[in-house]
Each structure stands twice: as C-alpha cells, then as structure tokens.
Write a protein that binds this ligand. Structure first.
Ligand code: C2G
Length: 130
C-alpha cells in the first residue's frame, strides 16, 4: 500500500484544496493529511475562520482523505513520515524546495497551485461585498 502525506491549514475549504488533495491521493492508496492546529496557525500568523475540529471534520468527510493528524509544529514531518511509513510527500509548489530535506526519507513532490483561489481571497471578496 502506497502512502501519501501532505499538510495544510485548509480553512474555508475550497476547490484549490480539493484539487491538491485528490491529486495527492491519486499518487498512492492512502492519504494522510497533517492539519495545522489552531495553536500552530497562530505561529504561522494565520487566523482561521473554522476551528481545528471543524476543519478536521470537513477533511474527514472527503473520500480522498484516509487519515487526519494534527500538525503542531514545523519539525514533526520526519517523524510523521517514519511513523506512518510514508512513500510520497506532496505540497503545493508555493512550498517548492522548502521540504527537500524529506528526500532522505520519501519521494517529495510539489504540485502547481490552483490559480485564482485562496482562503485570503475569499475573505477579501466577502468583506468587499458588505
Ligand atoms: N493550495 C493549492 N492551490 C490553492 C490554494 C492552496 O494547491 N489555490 C495548496 C497549498 O499549496 C497547500 C495546500 O493547498 O499544499 C494547503 O494550503 P493551506 O491550507 O494554505 O496550507 P499552508 O498554509 O500552505 O500550510 O507545514 C506545511 C503547512 O502546514 C502548509
């Protein structure tokens, strides 16, 4: 069984998120998603609209997601790759090169982002419509 791992905040889940999750799953048989906790998002300078539990519930409802684990820090990725016996690590190419240290442990793939959509843009568009 080929296992794939990716990470993210996945706030205000949108089709850009769905695209990368489906493409990540298509690279194997089992997809693990490291979901940024509210505390870690504070470290990333991100204020989420939905809480960790709400974001987790939405990801777990997706057919392409097999397991959601908490992402508490930047440093847990090597341990996660080992613990879950990950074959392929996938991230959007806004992270190109940032996780190449994982190449010692698994395949590392950066996929093109879906253009025109982001959680930040959604928030801006809604604010402008008031
Ligand atoms: N993404 C995408 N296309 C978009 C928006 C996002 O492909 N239009 C991808 C990102 O490249 C990322 C994933 O969706 O791979 C999740 O995006 P975010 O929720 O913004 O996650 P991020 O803040 O990048 O956190 O340790 C890694 C971090 O947790 C990643």
């Amino acid at each position: 069984m080929k296992k794939v791992l990716t990470y993210g905040t996945f706030d205000l889940l949108h089709y850009g998120h769905i695209n990368i999750l489906q493409r990540a799953k298509a690279m194997g048989d089992y997809l693990v998603v490291g979901l940024s906790t509210d505390e870690f998002n504070a470290l990333k300078g991100k204020m989420c609209y939905f809480s960790y539990e709400e974001r987790k519930k939405m990801l777990e409802a997706l057919r392409c997601v097999d397991l959601v684990i908490p992402e508490n820090c930047w440093e847990q990725k090597v341990e996660d790759v080992k613990e879950f016996r990950i074959d392929t690590f996938v991230m959007g190419n806004d992270w190109e090169g940032k996780f190449d240290f994982l190449k010692d442990y698994c395949e590392v793939v950066y996929l093109p982002r879906t253009p025109e959509i982001s959680t930040t843009q959604i928030k801006k568009d809604i604010a402008n419509r008031k």
